[in-house]
Design a protein around this ligand. Structure first.
Ligand SMILES: [Zn+2]
Length: 115
């Protein structure tokens, strides 16, 4: 499952972050998932719940934000409506994807020791 390996690398990344800050726990982890990234947000959340057991993240919550795909003309940089085809209305250049194709790690809220 693609989502599961993604979650594992996310956990590794957050654990590194926690170690470098001596954090005792992670609270909220925010990621954004593009609609064209090929990843299902539901599956990702489910995979996280399984994978977080036995890690420093077992009490952490994953917050997944879906990002709608956005296309822009490579020539004049106008937004292109993908429903009408991926060619720019005004200059005829092909559109390229500027948002919605990737998975981004946004932030993590860490709990620090209260000495
Ligand atoms: Zn254009």
């Amino acid at each position: 499952m693609h989502e599961y390996s993604l979650v594992l690398s996310l956990i590794e990344r957050v654990e590194q972050e926690m170690r470098s800050h001596n954090a005792v726990a992670a609270r909220c982890i925010k990621i954004s998932v593009g609609e064209l990234s090929g990843v299902e947000a539901d599956l990702l959340s489910y995979a996280f719940e399984i994978a977080r057991e036995d890690t420093l993240l077992r009490t952490a919550q994953l917050e997944v934000t879906s990002v709608v795909a956005r296309w822009q003309c490579a020539g004049c940089a106008r937004d292109v409506d993908s429903q009408k085809g991926l060619i720019c209305d005004s200059c005829g250049n092909p559109a390229h994807l500027v948002e919605g194709g990737e998975i981004l790690f946004e932030s993590v809220e860490l709990e620090l020791p209260s000495d």
